[in-house]
Design a protein around this ligand. Sequence first.
Ligand SMILES: [Zn+2]
Length: 142
Amino acid sequence: MTSTPAESTRPDFPLPVPSEDGAPFWEHLRNGELRVHRCTSCGRLQHPPRLMCVQCGSTEREWALMSGRGTVYSFVITRQAVHPSFEGHIPYATVIVELEEGPRLASNLIDVPVDEVAIGMPVHLAPTAVSDEITLPLFRRA
Ligand SMILES: [Zn+2]
C-alpha cells in the first residue's frame, strides 16, 4: 500500500472555460473591469452573456461597464468538499451578488467569515487572477 501526501494529489480548482459569447467577459476581467451585455435595441442588461436579448430577441449588444458595487442577494454555505480541490477550503460561501445596475452573478466572497455573510450585505468587486487566462469576479465586503 502506498500513501501520497494530499497536497501532491489535490487537483487544481476547476476554472471557468469561457464560451465564444462569454470570452470578452473574461478579457475585461483580466483588465479589472466587470462588464455585462447591454442590449442596444431595448437597453436591457443581462448576465451571463447570451447570443440574444431575453427581453426583445435582438442580437445587437455591447459590453457595459458595471460599477462593481452590489449587495448579496442570496447565498449558500458549503461545508463538505464536493470536489477534492475544495478540501481545506471549506466552509465557504457561494453568493449571488445583485449589482447596483441590476444584473446578478454567482461569485464568492474574500475575507468574510461564513457566519457573517448576510443577505443585503454591501459588497464590491475584487477581480482575482487565478491563471493567465482567468480572473474571477470575486467580491469583498464594502
Ligand atoms: Zn433587448
